[in-house]
Write a protein that binds this ligand. Structure first.
Ligand code: PMP
Length: 380
């Protein structure tokens, strides 16, 4: 494919059988003009699992003016990390090039599409979500375009920039203590539940249980990676938070080629790689790792879990910015750190690592030498 071209993404056998080729071909015209990854029109007009995405376009498409910013979500580029990993078999999917700066816009639009289709969210309603920031931005973007109000609960470890960012889109932000367990009524989950209960017309997408979260990645992230590598991908490395990315993209890619390995990167202290409860503790990298197993994670999709200490993740985040010119967040550095190790040991596999968000949200943390020293990290 050349820049500006659009085309269908191949469907796994199971999906292709349920799809009607004529409908899909006809809908590609719609895709070119309204290139939404999950527009309501397309969702209504397409069958089965292809209903959110009939095809794809590169980000620049001659003659196309997008109807709104939601239509610009997705279709992010793959960039080879050849300075950090000279053998050349490691490439990054640069998700911070989404219009709101992160991968989570993909799930925001799919979750709201589904809520509208199911009648869970009515016009003028309020979206309430516990979010560490990126899902909030995605939801705030969808809310702005479609006329919803938004309230977010955010743990206090989340950077000030991220809190301000949510407010900039017109959202109400409620700050909660980080250290509380999810079942605690004052935790960010508990406070969100309370707000939903007392707000008329409120709907909480709940990214930790919503099947539209992994579905978004099954419909968009996975197919894009398959297309962009011409099916040559040998391994996918993803940091795990809700598990939506690894589950959805990993499932699609394994259906296309069961030989593809899926590696889950996890911060030291998170439950996914902890051997016992007393190994679960706080860590500095944001957006990844959990202290519970989310429903949106299918642990069977992950072939190998890799634990990455904060110091390694943060050092790699700074290297990615300085050596590759990619200003990504700490969870990206964490995933790249795991991916470099993997790609070293598997030189014949083309390894794709996801960079979920931008480093601009962390200028006062990982990219600030004083913050790094105060938190006991080395500064080069
Ligand atoms: N990195 C960042 C910065 C995130 O915000 C998230 C989402 N929590 C992830 C990685 C992990 O993605 P997922 O929730 O799909 O596992």
């Amino acid at each position: 494919m050349h820049a500006g071209q659009c085309g269908p993404h191949p469907a796994p056998d199971s999906v292709a059988r349920t799809a009607e080729p004529n409908t899909i071909t006809a809908t590609l015209k719609t895709t070119v003009v309204h290139a939404s990854l999950a527009s309501r029109d397309m969702a209504a007009s397409l069958p089965g699992a292809l209903n959110s995405r009939a095809g794809w376009c590169t980000r620049y498409t001659p003659g196309v003016i997008y109807e709104n910013v939601i239509d610009v979500i997705g279709r992010t580029p793959l960039v080879r990390l050849s300075r950090i990993h000279p053998p050349g078999n490691l490439v990054a999917k640069v998700e911070y090039l989404n219009p709101g700066g992160s991968i989570k816009e993909r799930i925001a639009v799919t979750m709201i599409d589904r809520a509208e289709q199911l009648g869970l969210l009515e016009p003028g309603g309020t979206i309430v979500e516990p979010t560490s920031g990126n899902t909030g931005v995605g939801l705030a973007i969808v809310a702005a375009v479609r006329g919803y109000k938004v309230i977010f609960t955010v743990p206090d470890k989340v950077s000030k920039e991220k809190q301000d960012l949510l407010r900039s889109y017109g959202a109400t932000v409620v700050i909660t203590p980080t250290e509380l367990l999810p079942e605690d009524p004052e935790s960010y989950y508990g406070v969100a539940r309370r707000i939903v209960a007392k707000t008329p017309g409120a709907y909480s997408p709940n990214q930790y249980t919503n099947p539209a979260n992994p579905e978004a990645h099954y419909l968009t992230t996975g197919p894009e990676i398959w297309d962009q590598t011409d099916g040559r991908i040998g391994a996918l490395v993803v940091g795990i938070g809700t598990g939506g990315t690894v589950t959805g993209a990993g499932r699609y890619l394994k259906e296309m080629n069961p030989e593809i390995l899926v590696i889950g990167a996890d911060p030291e202290g998170s439950i996914f790689t902890a051997l016992s409860e007393d190994q679960v503790h706080q860590y500095d990298v944001e957006g990844v790792g959990e202290d519970f197993w989310p429903e949106t994670l299918d642990p069977g999709i992950v072939d190998e879990y890799v634990m990455v200490p904060d110091a390694e993740a943060l050092a790699m985040t700074r290297r990615v910015a300085r050596e590759e010119g990619l200003l990504a967040g700490g969870s990206s550095g964490m995933a790249v750190s795991a991916a470099v190790d993997f790609a070293d040991h598997e030189p014949d596999r083309l390894t794709v690592v996801i960079l979920p968000d931008s480093g601009r949200g962390y200028l006062s943390k990982v990219f600030n030498d004083d913050w790094m020293r105060e938190h006991g990290y080395e500064v080069d």
